[in-house]
Design a protein around this ligand. Structure first.
Ligand SMILES: Cc1cc2nc3c(=O)[nH]c(=O)nc-3n(C[C@H](O)[C@H](O)[C@H](O)COP(=O)(O)OP(=O)(O)OC[C@H]3O[C@@H](n4cnc5c(N)ncnc54)[C@H](O)[C@@H]3O)c2cc1C
Length: 488
């Protein structure tokens, strides 16, 4: 039987990111992917928010995405556009880039890191025992793994077979989505109806149109046809614009659900397998990639024997609340999108408020993922938040903080007197860097915060410990996050 330390079911954005994170930590990981290649049906996700670009920057691959995408310093909210140029990050923009391109870049990176991808095969079942998981494949083979991660999308077989509940809200609206050619010039832009929005926009080739049409009667399951799309267009626009030659027709809903647990012993869930919601706000792919970055280093340390298995419980503790918050905001935006007199009034009122500085800053910090704070204490505002990408001067010259995270290893950044911190018992795992930093420590929403004299940064870029001039609490933080001291 083939063996791997970790098997990932699903090579979409979440599975690819997770595999790369594990490979960086030298974990023997493999992906099982149903699709024969990385083609994506339709366009799906349209881009990356600031924090996702930051996590890619932390690994040194942001430029691969930036060179193919289009930068927008604005975020749509209901009927207004919010300025995001003052987000305190080097990536103070949304990067427009279709999911297929995102997946291809991630797949190339995973392949450079020598991750095997078993393509054209499905995980059809699994059995857990005390030391791992037997994973069954659709070709009749099986793989033995210490851990199995379900990155297999919203209909996750892994989640269902693990018996993990998926509570939430049934869909209230269904939408038709299509890409097709028209013989007449369509009315591009957004209209609102009783059930939701109708949006038409030209695609990059200038020939095809992308349509999103809320349906008068909720439907799900069956495959929509060109006839359904024409009918829906005529109902709202009075014409089907001569719609023909569709390259993609699908249906999505605002079903909103979240896995009750992100872990059952040796089985974990990430991405859409753990949470589904309406695509409004463009969050799904972004949250999945960030789930992967939270889980990757923890799973690597457990597999490598550096940390106890219990470290994996912090994955659910940290990421479940983030997912829950995304569910809530997508439900709120979906409700605001409906067009009747009362909703119009509500949307206009909230849109007006949202353009005020404080609400705008809070909302865009949330949408961008930059305001996420894990519950790691409150003695300094940085605790649990993402480390800003400050300019440093180190012994080897000028460096950005994010370049220190390229290898996905923890960093203890000493900004005080060089040589005062001693982490010899963790020196095999944690990089100690003496540096000087003259920049302002500015956090989203909070603004400038007091600069700590040292900061312990996890591989996912979140701050686990800060110093006010002493090393109080440092050994505890190192042990909690990076395992027991090596006293040998
Ligand atoms: C119309 C639409 C618009 C969207 N717009 C946005 C947006 O603007 N921004 C955004 O961030 N998100 C958006 N999303 C959501 C985004 O597409 C998903 O959140 C994202 O694809 C989730 O990634 P994932 O890797 O978790 O799951 P998926 O992309 O669903 O990948 C799961 C993978 O697992 C494979 N698989 C499934 N079952 C098995 C099995 N049993 N064995 C092996 N392989 C299996 C599948 O083939 C697939 O490759 C949109 C979605 C839709 C439908």
């Amino acid at each position: 039987m083939t063996k791997h330390a970790v098997v990932i079911a699903g090579g979409g954005p979440t599975g690819l990111m997770l595999a790369a994170e594990l490979a960086l930590a030298r974990v023997d990981v493999a992906i099982v992917e149903r699709r024969e290649n990385q083609d994506v049906a339709g366009l799906r996700a349209g881009g990356l928010h600031s924090r996702t670009i930051e996590v890619l920057d932390q690994r040194g691959i942001a430029d691969r995405f930036l060179s193919q995408g289009k930068v927008f310093q604005a975020a749509p909210f209901a009927q207004v556009t919010l300025d995001i140029s003052d987000l305190p990050t080097r990536h103070n923009y949304y990067l427009g880039l279709w999911q297929e391109r995102i997946e291809r870049i991630l797949a190339d990176w995973a392949s450079e890191l020598l991750v095997p991808i078993y393509r054209g095969r499905e995980v059809t079942g699994f059995a857990q025992d005390d030391s791992g998981v037997d994973v069954e494949l659709s070709d009749g083979g099986s793989v033995r793994a210490k851990y199995l991660v379900g990155c297999d999308g919203g209909r996750s077989l892994i989640r269902k077979q693990a018996g993990i509940d998926f509570p939430g809200w049934d869909a209230s609206t269904s939408y038709l989505i299509a890409e097709a050619e028209t013989t007449e010039e369509p009315e591009c832009g957004i209209r609102r109806g009783e059930k939701g929005i109708y949006a038409l926009g030209k695609l990059e080739d200038g020939k095809r149109v992308r349509l999103v049409l809320s349906e008068q009667h909720f439907r799900q399951g069956d495959e929509p046809t060109l006839g359904d799309v024409r009918e829906a267009l005529i109902a709202v626009y009075g014409t089907d614009y001569g719609l023909h030659n569709a390259t993609w027709i699908s249906r999505f809903t605002d079903m909103t659900r979240q896995a009750a647990a992100y872990r059952d012993r040796s089985v974990l869930l990430a991405g859409d397998a753990a949470h589904v919601h309406s695509p409004v706000g463009g969050q799904g792919l972004n949250v999945g990639v960030q789930d992967a970055v939270n889980l990757g280093w923890k799973l690597a340390q457990v597999v490598n024997g550096t940390s106890p298995d219990s470290l994996l419980d912090t994955y659910h503790a940290e990421r479940h609340p983030v997912g829950a918050r995304v569910l809530k905001s997508t439900m709120a935006i979906t409700a605001l999108e409906r067009g009747n007199a009362r909703n119009d009034a509500l949307r206009e009122t909230v849109s007006e408020l949202m353009q005020m500085d404080e609400p705008r800053k809070r909302y865009t910090a949330r949408l961008s993922g930059l305001d996420i704070q894990y519950d790691l204490g409150s003695s300094h505002p940085l605790l649990g938040r993402r480390m800003p990408d400050l300019d440093l001067v180190t012994e080897s010259g000028p460096q950005r903080v994010f370049t220190l995270l390229r290898a996905a290893r923890p960093v203890l950044l000493n900004l005080g007197e060089p040589g005062v911190l001693d982490i010899t018992p963790w020196a095999d795992r944690v990089q100690l860097i003496d540096a000087r930093c003259a920049g302002v420590w500015e956090l989203p929403v909070l603004g400038a915060v007091t600069a700590p004299t040292a900061v312990l940064i996890r591989p996912d870029g979140h701050v686990a410990w800060t110093s006010d001039g002493t090393d109080q609490g440092l050994n505890d933080a190192l042990t909690t996050w990076f395992g027991a001291p090596n006293l040998g």
